[in-house]
Design a protein around this ligand. Structure first.
Ligand code: HEC
Ligand code: HEC
Ligand code: HEC
Ligand code: HEC
Ligand code: HEC
Ligand code: HEC
Ligand code: HEC
Ligand code: HEC
Length: 467
């Protein structure tokens, strides 16, 4: 069938054209990849857009399309000059992957900007199936969903979440559904839909940038996950930063975030304990098991009687906790193997176990604080807010917790407990001790004192009522 001078092909033919284009590209030697690379060879869901672009390339007799693509570049040299410069510096430019292959060729002027297509991971997947598949199986892919699963997300100003200025600014790394993308675009969100541009940023898409730990910094920093701060001032990070300044030789051993978390360029990140450091099965140590049960109640995945709740399903779906011993052990073994590239196995085992021990110790303190506040609910000194499911403190209420004592618990959990164990795993003594453990003890003292005051005030009120 033909329309104008273009031939419309069946989707089968389209796919073979695309695969042919991919073959030409992958027949060149690629860094770090052998000749048996499966890139482009496996049948892959082909993004309609790209198919059309390639279709045009293949079927419309080069001229029109070449003009269309150079039109993009020529006009954008005036409209967005530095985007064009960046693209010209990229591998994509030298490989002939031009603007229209990612954005479509429907938009041609200032009057039809709405026709620009979003360069979602589906678009990248047509040429980079391996990285996309790995990414889809890792924790980053779930970031948008896990953010939306938090009740607090929906009480924040729109600019912070959908607007990518708060939670969304980091969690945009997660995959979004087609409907979510359409909704965001309709709400006027002009970026943050792509996921794949968060480490190798547009339009350089530079692998060198992605390999440096700074690529992770914007998100892995701050209150509850200061991995950048911990790493960059640990001996591991200091050595790497000294390599960057040329003080230490290029070959000197110094692990980056990527060495430990993206070995061999694996795009599927995941750790043994994860962010909240809770997992199943429950520990054998009865004291630790009781502490963890208390924490699970405060996370709302168990009800105050200890029965599973609907939230447990949400947690499972977002892969927030490792649910089996095997799940956990697989990640631990992988990490151990990485450390052993530079350290003795004795050192590694001992070091990683210290991280586990710190989780147990911090669980002690946190569980005690939760029990103190839970007893205020039990004794009627605190009453259930409308947005709580139970008469019990809710850690996932974050800063929307209703009382000062619960706000303190929120910080103890999300800021100080995180720092205590994350600092231990990342070899940062100051974070483990002063910003972590020491702060937790102060939180606990304050929570005890506040609870005591609240009880006394409550008793006085009750006495007054009786008299
Ligand atoms: C004749 C000029 C012209 C041509 C040709 C052109 N563009 Fe644009 N493009 C614009 C203008 C103007 C804007 C709006 C920029 C602004 O608001 O600052 C724009 C915006 C965009 C945007 C951003 C969309 C958004 O929502 O912010 C993308 C992506 C884009 N163009 C890609 C392309 C691609 C791909 C081609 C070639 C198929 C192309 N452009 C051809 C002028 C052009
Ligand atoms: C039409 C095919 C095509 C599309 C679509 C495409 N790429 Fe590429 N990309 C290539 C080719 C070809 C190379 C160069 C060979 C290689 O390194 O794989 C490349 C290289 C890269 C590199 C390595 C750059 C370097 O510095 O060596 C990154 C990173 C990358 N692409 C990311 C992306 C992302 C992210 C997307 C989606 C937003 C994307 N690509 C879309 C074809 C494509
Ligand atoms: C745009 C923000 C962003 C960037 C950049 C980013 N991350 Fe993440 N990362 C996140 C978010 C958000 C999560 C939590 C995902 C979720 O909600 O499931 C996460 C989770 C992780 C986890 C999983 C922890 C677990 O639960 O087991 C690891 C490991 C990780 N990131 C490593 C890295 C590394 C290494 C880099 C740099 C190469 C990096 N990240 C870059 C935002 C980012
Ligand atoms: C490898 C794929 C790829 C190529 C090639 C590409 N872009 Fe983009 N572009 C993206 C991605 C990814 C985004 C970010 C989308 C998002 O965040 O939702 C983007 C965003 C944009 C934006 C809007 C964001 C901003 O910073 O203003 C403009 C304008 C744009 N591209 C223009 C161009 C032009 C012009 C070219 C060619 C010179 C080009 N792009 C080539 C992937 C690509
Ligand atoms: C968390 C950060 C991060 C995100 C998000 C990310 N990448 Fe990467 N990417 C990297 C790192 C690090 C490397 C370098 C890996 C290595 O050392 O071989 C890389 C390399 C690449 C390469 C070049 C591979 C090579 O061997 O030349 C491609 C292509 C690529 N990524 C595509 C993607 C695509 C597609 C997505 C989205 C599905 C994506 N990346 C998302 C960090 C990231
Ligand atoms: C020397 C190896 C190493 C380096 C370098 C490293 N990490 Fe980690 N990381 C670990 C270990 C070990 C854990 C704990 C794994 C477990 O759960 O058993 C961890 C855990 C994490 C977690 C899960 C929560 C936590 O902190 O316990 C994230 C996210 C993370 N690292 C991100 C990063 C980022 C980002 C960087 C760079 C700024 C980085 N890591 C540097 C080894 C490393
Ligand atoms: C500065 C970037 C950033 C901001 C802002 C941010 N997050 Fe995160 N978030 C992350 C990173 C990075 C992780 C992974 C940390 C780790 O594993 O140590 C994470 C982890 C999470 C997790 C745990 C996911 C899991 O499966 O383990 C949830 C839930 C979450 N964030 C929700 C939110 C909500 C809700 C907000 C806003 C109130 C928010 N985040 C703001 C970067 C951010
Ligand atoms: C690429 C090599 C490399 C990898 C991988 C690596 N390390 Fe290291 N590590 C070093 C070097 C180099 C030093 C600095 C030696 C010194 O302090 O004299 C170091 C120091 C340490 C120290 C001592 C810190 C200090 O302040 O002296 C500990 C503990 C440690 N590493 C644990 C680990 C653990 C646990 C892992 C895996 C999660 C790991 N390392 C992975 C190279 C590595």
């Amino acid at each position: 069938m033909s329309v104008g001078n273009c031939v419309i092909m069946s989707s089968e033919t389209m796919r073979s054209v695309l695969l042919r284009v991919c073959e030409i590209w992958s027949s060149r030697p690629l860094p770090g990849r052998g000749p048996d690379s499966t890139r482009c060879r496996r049948p892959y869901r082909i993004h309609l857009l790209l198919s059309l672009a390639v279709l045009a390339l293949a079927a419309c007799g080069g001229e029109d399309t070449e003009r269309a693509s150079s039109d993009c570049v020529e006009c954008h040299r005036d409209v967005t000059p530095n985007i064009v410069t960046d693209w010209e510096l990229s591998r994509h430019s030298s490989e002939g992957v031009d603007c229209s292959l990612c954005h479509g060729d429907q938009h041609r002027s200032a009057d039809d900007v709405a026709l620009v297509q979003t360069a979602t991971p589906d678009v990248c997947a047509t040429c980079h199936p391996i990285q996309t598949e790995q990414f889809q199986g890792g924790k980053h892919a779930l970031a948008w969903a896990s953010m939306n699963a938090m009740p607090t997300t929906h009480w924040l100003p729109m600019a912070l979440t959908e607007g990518m200025k708060g939670c969304g600014g980091c969690h945009r790394i997660g995959l979004k559904t087609e409907e979510e993308i359409q909704q965001l675009r309709a709400d006027g969100v002009m970026f943050g839909l792509a996921s794949c541009d968060t480490c190798h940023t547009r339009h350089l898409f530079s692998v060198k940038e992605a390999r440096e730990p700074q690529a992770c910094r914007t998100c892995h920093m701050g209150i509850d996950h200061p991995q950048w701060e911990m790493y960059s001032s640990s001996k591991h990070g200091v050595r790497h930063l000294l390599k960057q300044t040329g003080t230490l030789p290029e070959q000197a051993a110094a692990p980056t975030c990527q060495t430990c978390h993206m070995p061999k360029g694996d795009h599927g990140v995941r750790t043994a304990w994860g962010f909240l450091a809770v997992r199943l099965p429950m520990p054998e140590d009865p004291e630790w098991a009781a502490d963890r049960a208390t924490i699970l109640k405060a996370l709302g995945v168990l009800d105050p009687q200890g029965n599973p709740t609907a939230r447990l399903e949400v947690v499972k779906q977002a892969d927030v906790a490792r649910l089996t011993q095997e799940d956990w052990q697989r990640e631990r073994d992988r990490m151990t193997g990485i450390c052993e590239q530079c350290h003795s196995s004795n050192l590694v085992r001992a070091e990683l176990e210290k991280g586990d021990q710190m989780i147990r110790e911090t669980d002690r303190l946190l569980a005690e604080a939760i029990r103190i506040i839970a007893s205020l609910y039990r004794d009627g000194i605190l009453s259930k807010p409308d947005h709580y499911a139970y008469d019990y403190p809710d850690l996932l209420a974050f800063h929307d917790a209703p009382t000062a004592i619960e706000q303190r618990l929120f910080k103890m959990h999300l800021e100080h407990r995180m720092r205590a164990f994350q600092g231990t795993f990342h070899n940062n003594p100051d974070y483990a001790l002063w910003y972590g453990w020491s702060e937790m003890l102060q939180d606990l003292t304050e929570i005890r004192t506040l609870a005591q005051e609240m009880r006394s005030r409550h008793q006085a009120t009750v006495r007054n009522l009786i008299e």
